[in-house]
Design a protein around this ligand. Sequence first.
Ligand SMILES: Cc1cc2nc3c(=O)[nH]c(=O)nc-3n(C[C@H](O)[C@H](O)[C@H](O)COP(=O)(O)OP(=O)(O)OC[C@H]3O[C@@H](n4cnc5c(N)ncnc54)[C@H](O)[C@@H]3O)c2cc1C
Ligand SMILES: NC(=O)c1ccc[n+]([C@@H]2O[C@H](COP(=O)([O-])OP(=O)(O)OC[C@H]3O[C@@H](n4cnc5c(N)ncnc54)[C@H](O)[C@@H]3O)[C@@H](O)[C@H]2O)c1
Length: 494
Amino acid sequence: MKKYDVVIIGAGPAGYAAAMRAVDFKKKVALIEKKQLGGAGIHHGALWSKTWWELSREAFSLRKHGEALNTGGVQFNFKKLKSEVQKAVQERMDQLEHHMHNINVSIEEGLFEYIQGNAKVKDPNTVEIQNFEETTQISADYIIVATGSRPRLLPEIPIDEECIFTSDGLDKLEEFPKSMVIVGAGVIGCEFATIFSNFGHTKVHLIDKGDRILPFEDEDVVKVIEKNLEAKNVLIHRNSRLIDMRKEGQMVAYTLEYTDGSKEVFRVEKALVSVGRVPRYENLFESNMDIKIDGRGIIDDLTQTSIPNIYAVGDITADISLVNVGELEGRFAIERIFGKPERPLIYENISTIMFLSPEVAGVGMNEIQAQNSGLGYKVVSIDYSCIPRAIAMRNTQGFIKIMVTDDEHQKILGMRVVGEHASSAIQAVALLISMDRGIRELAELIHPHPSIIEGIQECGRMLLGKSMLKPAVLRHAMVCKTYEKGKYKDLIVV
Ligand SMILES: Cc1cc2nc3c(=O)[nH]c(=O)nc-3n(C[C@H](O)[C@H](O)[C@H](O)COP(=O)(O)OP(=O)(O)OC[C@H]3O[C@@H](n4cnc5c(N)ncnc54)[C@H](O)[C@@H]3O)c2cc1C
Ligand SMILES: NC(=O)c1ccc[n+]([C@@H]2O[C@H](COP(=O)([O-])OP(=O)(O)OC[C@H]3O[C@@H](n4cnc5c(N)ncnc54)[C@H](O)[C@@H]3O)[C@@H](O)[C@H]2O)c1
């Protein structure tokens, strides 16, 4: 039986990151993948959907500025767009493949092996791999499980990936549907509502079981996103519950029940169900193995599972499902096994972007989370209309909001940026949170001009009472208040 220092199951972002970190330690590593290299980081997931989003943004810009750019009435070709998305997916996969296959040539012979097949953990040191008719076993000192997640299904919805899709099947579409209902207005649902409505060929309907879209996000953020979706003709169903969905010939019929008890039936061409994701661990462990798992995933203590030489990283674990988190955990697990982690595994300063219209970037807590944790805090915000770069972009929709502790330290708790270039504006704050630094550093940093990040600096200055623009004058655009025990108090003195 072939023996490795570490065997990693699943070559998505978490598994790939772990494998590459093991190479740094000059360990003999096998990376096993049953389907496609890159997992949901590339296919039907992050890169794939972000390529669609980028294309849809350009399409929307052409529609919006049609008259000025002389591109009025432009039609978009689904097949050509889809082929561009496929090129992006292929490009990234080729790059990772090339990189992977040359590790042994460029670094050290025999260090790394990529094995195609379906893996099962037979005992704490043995993994069985099934590839077509062939079954082999390999052994390892350590095993890292990085098998990711898949879309959550609802038993009452007949998903067939032809008419009623999950994000895993959506690339089977051959044309823009004329109409589409999206069930689940979380991140995936709202990103696809943005994409389809940007192209303008699809009437999108959006339903969530919560009473608004993005139920986990702050109301002021959601308001901007809802306004833009509705401006692009998206129908957001409110105060309603999906009670039935079925195929009727070539159409999908769904029934909503409203809070007053009345019902209404809608017919659309296609449906997308995006009601969360579930960890993928079916058949992964021999039944006699005592691995602790709950509905949210494998239970781990800083990536180590209940079986000491087996680690779990990425979406398979019961925490945040993001590419950057999977990579962080994959690298951490290897450092923990073969060395000493360079820094503790903390999730407080994880940055995220939701690719909507406009984009929403965040780091740390939002107000819902701060309030749920019982904290009193100070919050400042500045509207994009006060930021010269936004004025130059001719798009001043959006705002920057920072929450800090309500004491003399004013420790940064979190931030949300809603608007163009939001993603590039949050990194400075993410860094400050991770360095446990406060708003003084933020207020003193010199930023390029004109840039969106100048708005963040202005928020820092506002907290110190020395902003360039005075909130007492620009009351419609600048906010400075405290929150405690369910109440806001305005801090702007006029
Ligand atoms: C539509 C969509 C958009 C997203 N957009 C973003 C985004 O913009 N930013 C972001 O940070 N995150 C995004 N995500 C989330 C992100 O894709 C995941 O968090 C990330 O891919 C998880 O990485 P992972 O390695 O844990 O799992 P995965 O990427 O799921 O990879 C797991 C791999 O393991 C393989 N595998 C499973 N079982 C076995 C087995 N028994 N044997 C061998 N191999 C096996 C699978 O085939 C798969 O390739 C998105 C997800 C979706 C679905
Ligand atoms: N930009 C990004 O970083 C990005 C993009 C896409 C996905 N992701 C990751 O993928 C994960 C999964 O995304 P997702 O959108 O599937 O999950 P989600 O948790 O973001 O949203 C699921 C939504 O479905 C709703 N819902 C649940 N059951 C329902 C029902 N029966 N009827 C109607 N609505 C229902 C929930 O209220 C929620 O709003 C995210 O949590 C995120 O970690 C990240």
